[in-house]
Design a protein around this ligand. Structure first.
Ligand SMILES: *[C@@H]1O[C@H](CO)[C@@H](O)[C@H](O)[C@H]1NC(C)=O
Ligand SMILES: *[C@@H]1O[C@H](CO)[C@@H](O)[C@H](O)[C@H]1NC(C)=O
Ligand SMILES: *[C@@H]1O[C@H](CO)[C@@H](O)[C@H](O)[C@H]1NC(C)=O
Ligand SMILES: *[C@@H]1O[C@H](CO)[C@@H](O)[C@H](O)[C@H]1NC(C)=O
Ligand SMILES: [Fe+2]
Length: 371
């Protein structure tokens, strides 16, 4: 039944879970790559690597990335960092084959983390876009402005084919670069990336050196500036270190990666939903409270009945820590959330739950949902 539905919507999912290359064409009923990872842990790419290069020009925008900006896919949040001064908050954008340049105004913010001060982090929501249209956009001023493009998704509907990629636990090692390259070169051509948490691993450095959040932003720009990355928070986004008085969870992550959470009635950027093409995607936070009557629990309780399966037949849930995992590491870490939420996933017939965290590939065979 599950396999038949995958077939009839020719919905291809590219799994590119970090540190391994796992390609599974779920629509064929399942084929897993023969890839076996190297037994040595890959090292982080050095600071002078090509992938971390700062774009030329005074105060040139860097770390450009986009995500969906509303509930339906007619808006995009464009985010970037200017290193020297705030500069401009504007995004100029125009549809391909259109002379008319529009502009949207965003916001700029900064944050401090121990002895690190961020650059100027810009977030600008570009709204009222046409579906299924290529747009060019520009950020920055004068001769250091930079131009990118994205394609909006088709209008929401049951028979709208769309291709998602999946990456989790990316980091910034040499293997991370291979993983991203592998995704870029995949013939299935992912149109939007579902990111399953654990972004930069900056927290692996002394004092959680936030300069490694900047290098990561520059590394992923080559893809994330051109297609939306749908963000999920993982444990490496928590960044709480009481010893250096860093007590606010998710501080670097929530300053740098904005998501359209208010559009789904959420009170936190850590859990939210979007619709895209034929899918309804619910993002949950493994590291926020989810017990009875917590904000995440109450939001999900109200959210699931809103999904209209005639309009969006695919109901997908993203989270960082998996409900099921037979690996030696992180065994049963997702168990308490499973106890709370799995009955709802069954009741509301969630199709598939994607998770990261465990750097080894596994999937269930014929359960509903598919984990
Ligand atoms: C932050 O403090 C650490 C430890 O004293 C030091 O190694 C590092 O260079 C400092 N970083 C900045 C940006 O000042
Ligand atoms: C870029 O513009 C600035 C200010 O207008 C100017 O001082 C600088 O020489 C220009 N650089 C190049 C490479 O054109
Ligand atoms: C990362 O991969 C790209 C190919 O996609 C390559 O051009 C680049 O040199 C690689 N950089 C490093 C540091 O491995
Ligand atoms: C569900 O979506 C379909 C197709 O868009 C629409 O005709 C129907 O009215 C919707 N149902 C509800 C309860 O909103
Ligand atoms: Fe993790």
């Amino acid at each position: 039944m599950v396999a038949a539905r995958w077939n009839c919507f020719s919905f291809q999912l590219v799994f590119a879970i970090s540190f391994i290359f796992s390609i599974a064409e779920v629509c064929n009923g399942g084929r897993t790559s023969s890839f076996v990872r190297n037994s040595d842990l890959s090292r982080d790419m050095p600071l002078d690597s090509d992938v971390f290069r700062v774009p030329p020009g005074y105060n040139a925008p860097q770390q450009v990335h986009i995500t969906q900006g509303d509930h339906l896919g007619n808006a995009v949040i464009v985010s970037w960092v200017t290193p020297d001064e705030p500069g401009s908050n504007s995004v100029f954008y125009w549809a391909e084959n259109s002379e008319l340049k529009n502009s949207a105004q965003g916001i700029v913010l900064t944050y401090k983390y121990f002895n690190y001060t961020s650059g100027f982090i810009h977030h600008c929501t570009v709204r009222d876009l046409e579906f299924d249209t290529k747009y060019y956009y520009e950020v920055g001023i004068g001769n250091s402005s930079r131009r990118f493009w994205f394609v909006t998704p088709p209008a929401i509907g049951p028979d709208v084919p769309y291709t998602f990629g999946l990456i989790g636990d990316l980091g910034q090692t040499h293997d991370s670069n291979s993983t991203l390259t592998h995704y870029e070169l995949n013939p299935a051509k992912g149109q939007t990336l579902l990111f399953l948490g654990d972004l930069s691993y900056a927290d692996a450095y002394p004092f959680h050196d936030n300069a490694r959040w900047d290098t990561w932003g520059r590394f992923i720009e080559r893809n994330a500036a051109y297609q939306p990355w749908i963000w999920t928070a993982g444990n490496h986004e928590i960044d709480v270190v009481p010893a250096i008085r860093e007590a606010i969870p998710f501080k670097p992550y929530t300053h740098r990666y904005h998501v359209p959470y208010t559009a789904s009635g959420s009170t936190s950027p850590l859990w939210y939903s979007i619709k895209r093409a034929s899918t309804y995607i619910i993002v949950l936070s493994s590291y926020s409270a989810y017990g009875t009557s917590t904000p995440q629990y109450k939001w999900l309780e109200r959210e699931l009945p809103k999904v209209n399966r005639t309009e969006t037949p695919w109901l997908i849930v993203l989270m960082h820590s998996p409900f099921y995992n037979s690996y030696v590491h992180h065994y049963m870490e997702g168990e308490s959330m499973r106890v709370m939420f799995e009955p709802w996933f069954v009741e509301y017939k969630v199709d598939v739950v994607f998770a990261g965290h465990v750097h080894a590939y596994e999937r269930s065979v014929s359960s509903h949902p598919l984990f």
